[in-house]
Design a protein around this ligand. Structure first.
Ligand SMILES: [Zn+2]
Length: 123
């Protein structure tokens, strides 16, 4: 699962409406080997759709400290574009958990795919 996807996910368990975003990673195994082509237009286009604070918090939890505190604007430099690309698209969470700070629900990630399904009593 890419961090771009993670940035769009929140806990959807019944009654969980506070502190349900972003989901916190635990015990993750990352794959950063596969490098995809950097597309500055795509990165610029994603910028307004991102929750910057959540992205930055998540990146820091995973040991990536390159992101500035304030979201960059469309004048961002080449280095920032590459850093964002590496974090959003070339970092894949292969195994681990995403934990909701609101209700404690654990979403498991296996073979790079997050299981967002809830059991019947959680829906
Ligand atoms: Zn929750």
């Amino acid at each position: 699962m890419r961090l771009l996807t993670h940035n769009m996910l929140q806990c959807h368990a019944r009654g969980c409406t506070t502190r349900n975003y972003p989901l916190r990673f635990e015990e993750v195994r990352l794959d950063t080997e596969e490098k995809t082509e950097v597309n500055p237009d795509f990165i610029m286009g994603m910028l307004p759709k991102l929750d910057w604070a959540a992205l930055r918090t998540t990146a820091m939890q995973l040991g990536m400290t390159e992101l500035p505190e304030q979201a960059p604007d469309t004048t961002m430099d080449e280095a920032t574009i590459h850093a964002l690309h590496a974090i959003l698209l070339d970092t894949r969470v292969m195994e681990g958990k995403m934990v909701c700070d609101g209700c404690g629900h654990v979403y498991r990630i296996k073979d790079g795919v997050a299981n967002m399904l809830l059991t019947e009593h959680e829906v």
